[in-house]
Write a protein that binds this ligand. Sequence first.
Ligand SMILES: CSCC[C@H](NC=O)C(=O)N[C@@H](Cc1ccccc1)C(=O)O
Length: 696
Amino acid sequence: MTAAASLDPSTLWQLARLGAPSLCPDGAQAVCALTQPELAHNRSSSALWLLSTLGGAPRRLTSAGSPQGKDGNPRWSPRGDHIAFIAQREQEGVKDEAPQLYLIPPDGGEARRLTQVPSGVEDFKWFPDGRRIAFIAWVFPQLKGQTAQAKAHKQQQERKDSAYVTEETLYRYWDQNLPMGRVPHLLVVDVDSGRVQDLFEGSAHELRRAEPSATDFDISPDGRRIVFVHDPHPHKDLQHCHALAEIELRSRQVRPLLQDPDWDLSAPVYSHAGQHLAFLARHQARRYTMPEQVAVLDTHGHWAVLSEDWDHSAQAPLRWDEDDLGLLFCAEHHGRAHLWRLDVKTCATHMLYEGGHCSAFDLSAGTLVLLHDSALHPSRLSVLEQEGQEGQEAATQRLRRIESFNDTLLQNLKLGRCEEQWFKGAQGDDVQMWVTYPPGFSARRQYPLLHVIHGGPHTAMGDSWHWRWNAQVLAAQGYVVAAVNYHGSSSFGFEFQDSITGRWGQLELQDIEAATDTLLRQPYIDAKRLYASGGSYGGYMVAWMNAHLSAGRYQAYVCHAGVFDWQAMHASDAYTGLHESLGARYWEDPQRIAAQSAHGRAQHLSTPTLVVHGQRDFRVPDAQGLAYYNTLKSLGVSARLLWFPDENHWVMKPANSVLWYQEIFDWLGRHSAGPSRAQARRPRSTSVGNTPKRAR
Ligand SMILES: CSCC[C@H](NC=O)C(=O)N[C@@H](Cc1ccccc1)C(=O)O
């Protein structure tokens, strides 16, 4: 029996990654996308799998077209006769230039291409009759018909210049330039004829431009109307409050359903009887940090927030349960994400499934299937079975696995214990952290401490499996890994999340330092081997620590896609929201902005830092990381730059990810021995790595 191995980056990249499930009408089968990384080829391919909810082994349904096949977003038709999915393939003599809609019978066979939309299909939903599909595609709004769209698309593809020109406020998002001159429309395709109609053609209507998805619209039970989310302002902006409108398919008439300048509305879903519309509402005018609340609109135009007294943020999608008496959705609580049911009459909320981390679910004919993960396993698919009487508080929930894709790999791995701990942080508040111990941990030995500081800041780390900052991979290197849910984190209520607004960095630093002091009171933490790492806002925090803490407190830092200069962050795609977070615009109160910026205290930087950035990162432009690295070099502080020309805000390619982890291990390892003080400020003659070839 070979000794169990610990989790290393290459093994992490052998694990399969499951996508959101879709149930067939009778609930007997689910379909999901399964992504299998192929590290040797530095790629991943995705195929669709069928899983019985009644028992039996999963069955592969598609063979993922091209080697880089990305069969995804599978959804069962309401008639049960087809599964629709999005793929980019070369078949029947046609090579898809962009992802298209495909159909495949659940009994297998060859998938059939349903669309040939020039810019590709973003997302879709079936009509209740199972004979049509509504989908999202980017189109040139002034053109009529698919032929004209294809011609304009071809012209744009074949243009000789490479310029990107715009006068828009919102013109890029994460790593995408929003397509010049195109906007997201809702289109309908007839399954039998393949005929495509653009519902917004010839109008000024469009869906939201920032990653429009199937949660941005819903189709009425009678198939005659579609409600959709839109930005009612002529000039679109990430910060605008979105509204709900409804199009009547026969007449193409669009009527405003709900629009409130103080509320940002999203994720509308019709009840099965069509008498109510549930949606998410965030009181943005009060504070941008207000939670997503569950609301319902009736046929008289009256709407109400149902979760006003529930200090949690509901996540899209919302699902009506089958009797329209309740709404199901995921929501975080204290670093976990559970599945909840809200009773629409009493407004009472009830936890249906306690995570770990529930990331997706589907409900059909009384069967409830979940996609869930935890600190100890990646996403799994399970049926949630209710034991005891329906609805009884005493009824217990039991998960029944319906796949075991990663079980063999995981059972041969020795993982470290992961536990939540609470301590007194800033302002005397209780603050949570998640501590992951090395496999084989012994309290009688001494270990280095590594902070992994989450980004956002309004997110949380916890009992979940993280592919990029995997605590088990880091702990396997011998670190005690701490993930502090600092002030400003989500899942701890509105007051906690909003507590940092206008003063970013302050309370968070106190929390992280209080966590370090708490852990230093344990005999097994080596005070001479303290490290901190983080991505994006977490990267900002390690730069902030470098600018505020005395040399030698920490031996080294890792700053991934970190913010160094909030004024220069006006180059971010998220620039229009900065003043709400920082409390001022940089030209109105430059001192306040500089006081929240590590660059404002550059003279104090002293701790060796590995700086990581991707060139295609439009959220935190790579100039932030380069400025930080260059400043460290100018100060004579030990620094190393890991820069990816082909990565965005995250490191997504297998080979780059394996290198990313190794660079972190090496960097921290280089700063583990020797004096506990930071390296003296002197230029380092380093022979590390190859001398870079002179750029051609
Ligand atoms: C004000 S938009 C920030 C959106 C998001 N924060 C969610 O919690 C985000 O992108 N955060 C970045 C850091 C960042 C913060 C503010 C402006 C740009 C980037 C992250 O941590 O990923």
